[in-house]
Design a protein around this ligand. Structure first.
Ligand code: UDP
Ligand code: MN
Length: 253
């Protein structure tokens, strides 16, 4: 069965490609038995396209989708995130029976293949509003029917944050109350924001982290951004993973 299961990420720009390669290499470092797939749009460079073909089992070109919801994206302070609607294409990967989506700004710290024991839609709480799940790490079942229903939902209701997370949370709206097994432990999607707001918990549980998520505008690969002191260690680890791959990977700021 495991051949029909995959980790999936997404990169629509060259800088996010840097992140995607770290997702793949950190999954391999910890011995995943599943396929590792990246969805890309046509605007990434040829150079990156070739690199991704070497790093991933499958590179899938998808159409770019943008919510164009400038008002809600401005509330979020992230005008660039309309493009994350492109993520919804992951439901079309029906060559796989079950997948785990990982944002390109995540770093895997140990084997997390046990995530495939979970069902759709499993995800960890969002640190900013824990009754919503964070859409940086989630378990799903590819299905063209679900894909169509998600598009319908987007057309009819839009997304309350202008990005994929608002859409997915209103579509899978029973997540917060329905089935505790669909609540991934927070260590599968540990983000910096929460480190700021609950430092003692980070000291208590942070060493158990399985997946770190560099959520927010400061990505490990972006220059000139500062990270919280506690996340700095993870940022160095990210660079170590990035540079360990090959000496010839491009660095795109
Ligand atoms: N993404 C992308 N290009 C963009 C913005 C986002 O490919 O210009 C993809 C990428 O996989 C990224 C995900 O969408 O990890 C979600 O965006 P981001 O991680 O920046 O959002 P955050 O986790 O900070 O809310
Ligand atoms: Mn992210």
């Amino acid at each position: 069965m495991s051949a029909a299961e995959a980790f999936v990420t997404l990169a629509t720009t060259d800088p996010y490609c840097m992140g995607a390669t770290v997702v793949a290499s950190s999954l391999r470092r910890h011995g995943t038995t599943r396929s590792i797939v990246v969805m890309v749009t046509t605007n990434i460079s040829e150079e990156w396209r070739h690199t991704l073909e070497e790093v991933f089992d499958e590179v899938i070109v998808v159409d770019e989708m943008d919510s164009e919801d400038h008002l809600r994206l401005s509330w979020l302070g992230r005008p660039e995130l309309g493009i994350t609607f492109t993520k919804i294409h992951c439901w079309t990967l029906t060559q796989y029976s079950k997948c785990v989506f990982l944002d390109a700004d995540t770093l895997v710290l140990c084997n997390v293949d046990e995530l495939f024991d979970r069902d759709e839609l499993s995800a960890a709480p969002d640190p900013g509003w824990p009754d919503c799940f964070n859409s940086g790490v989630f378990v799903f079942r590819p299905s063209l029917q679900t894909h169509d229903r998600l598009l319908d939902h987007a057309l009819q209701h839009g997304s309350f944050d202008g990005g994929d997370q608002g859409l997915l949370n209103s579509f899978f709206s029973s997540w917060s109350v329905e089935d505790i097994h669909k609540h991934l432990p927070f260590i599968y999607n540990l983000s910096a924001t929460s480190v700021y707001s609950y430092l003692p918990a980070f000291h208590q549980f942070g060493h158990n982290a399985k997946i770190v998520h560099f959520l927010g505008p400061a990505k490990p690969w972006s220059s000139g951004t500062s990270h919280s002191h506690t996340m700095e260690g993870f940022v160095s680890l990210w660079w170590k993973e990035y540079l360990s791959q090959t000496s010839s990977l491009p660095v795109t700021q």
